[in-house]
Design a protein around this ligand. Structure first.
Ligand code: IMP
Length: 425
């Protein structure tokens, strides 16, 4: 697998955590390149369930090095809590298995306050963010007033930036209640805990690639939440598509060998924003319950709908996908019919490309092709030929429309519930 990027092809929550966990077997390094603890990657190993927010799921394997890249935003307290939680489950985190980029930006307590104010200001057009301070941390990064992980190593610089930012944001309700002294003291304590993990991750990863090591780039969220290519403004604030892997770790595009897009066998979305194939009746509720579609980070119920080829086609293009991984196929078991959205009707016109303009996307009506469902359980199936023929046709249809091979099918939460169609890893 030399270098493989794994990205979400929909609106996040596609089951990337499990895929990364499985592919980590063959990886030497697993690296996160964007986002922060807005992500929630669920991995089930035996009877144990792990929910990771910031640390790559590769941490669950012995002998792998995990990196949190420069493109991420890091809440140090959340990271410490995650490290402590892993320790309770017998996984010891140290600089031997986790490194944190000097150039990653820190999420500061004022970012949460700013986010709440910004969401309130949007009235009925709220993004429905996770409230973790992600957006405001990226705003500071882009406005060149952000505080980076490396600033923790220079207390005076850290203090100066902190005070400047608190002054700059003092007009926002709730900021004046924050104490610079308290924040400073806390962050210096976090430095004590995290100091040994801080590293030049760009050098580490490029050296590893040069030596022919296998590297897995673990995306968070999904392409339709990408700041540039998603359903703006209902997106997250980072580059969740494959290009983000290069920027967010300091790896050149020529070093990427393959890009796997993960998509559920249906679609979900958490938070506000257009969702053309959303099912608002009892069937949507059925998918939510069967699929356990509740946010791993916020616990919010996810909106559920049919598989959307218009948005997936966009994902294939934007990410340059070399393969697809279809997850949660078993959740569709027992349906008489399955709909697959092949085009949208916008303003009376049939369109096959994901609209850039929000009003068009909001008005999009899905045009469906109907396929036969299957009545038997696919849960835990590990061979393609053992799937009911209707499920096989469903997968083949996806390949035919997107013209990208389905490499992997996931048929349950457990590690073993997996069909590997193209053994290229
Ligand atoms: P933010 O990332 O907290 O700024 O939230 C922006 C949008 O992205 C909201 O609609 C969130 O629900 C969504 N979002 C952020 N992280 C995830 C994720 O890991 N899975 C699914 N949706 C997410």
């Amino acid at each position: 697998m030399p270098t493989t990027v794994i990205v979400g092809s929909q609106w996040g929550d596609e089951g990337k955590g499990k895929l990364v966990d499985v592919l980590t077997e063959d990886a030497d390094i697993v690296a996160r390149f964007q986002g922060g603890h807005n992500a929630g990657h669920t991995v089930v190993i035996g009877k144990e369930k792990f929910i990771l927010h910031l640390i790559p799921s590769g941490i669950l394997h012995k002998g792998k090095l995990c990196l949190i890249g420069n493109g991420t935003v890091v809440d140090p307290l959340c990271l410490i809590k995650e490290i402590d939680g892993l320790k309770e489950k017998g996984i010891v985190v140290s600089e031997k298995n986790l490194l944190l980029s000097k150039n990653a930006h820190l999420i500061m307590p004022y970012h949460m306050v700013i986010e709440a104010a910004s969401e309130n200001n949007k009235g009925s057009k709220k993004i429905g963010t996770t409230g973790r301070g992600i957006g405001p941390a990226y705003v500071d990064k882009m406005s060149r007033s952000g505080i980076r992980v490396s600033d923790l190593l220079y207390p005076e610089i850290f203090r100066e930036k902190l005070e400047k930012n608190l002054r700059y944001y003092s007009h926002i309700e709730g900021i004046s209640a924050l104490s610079a002294n308290e924040i400073y003291d806390n962050y210096m304590k976090y430095r004590e805990r995290l100091g040994s993990l801080i590293a030049d991750t760009d050098i580490v990863i490029n050296d590893a690639i040069e030596k022919g090591r296998n590297v897995l780039f673990e995306g968070a969220q999904g392409t339709l939440l990408d700041i540039d290519h998603g359903s703006y403004p209902y997106v997250t604030s980072s580059s969740a598509s494959a290009g983000g892997a290069c920027i967010g770790l300091g790896v050149g595009p020529t070093k990427i060998d393959r890009v796997i897009g993960v998509a559920k066998a249906y679609t979900t979305r958490v938070g506000s924003g257009p969702f053309p194939t959303e099912i608002k009746d009892a069937l949507g509720e059925r998918l939510r319950e069967r699929g356990g579609e509740y946010g791993a980070t916020t616990g919010r119920p996810r909106r559920c709908g049919w598989l959307d080829m218009v948005s997936l086609r966009h994902s294939v293009r934007i990410n340059g996908l070399t393969g697809l991984a279809i997850t949660k196929l078993d959740i569709l078991d027992g349906l008489d019919e399955i709909q697959i959205c092949t085009a949208y009707k916008c303003n009376g016109k049939r369109i096959v490309d994901f609209p850039k303009e929000l009003p068009l996307l909001e008005s999009a009506e899905p045009i469906y092709e109907s396929l036969s469902g299957w009545k038997v359980s696919t849960h835990g199936i590990t061979e393609f030929s053992a799937l009911p023929k209707e499920a096989q046709s469903y997968i083949r249809k996806i390949e035919e429309i997107l013209r990208v091979p389905v490499d992997i099918i996931s048929t349950g939460q457990e590690r073993e519930s997996l069909i590997l169609l193209r053994r290229q890893f």
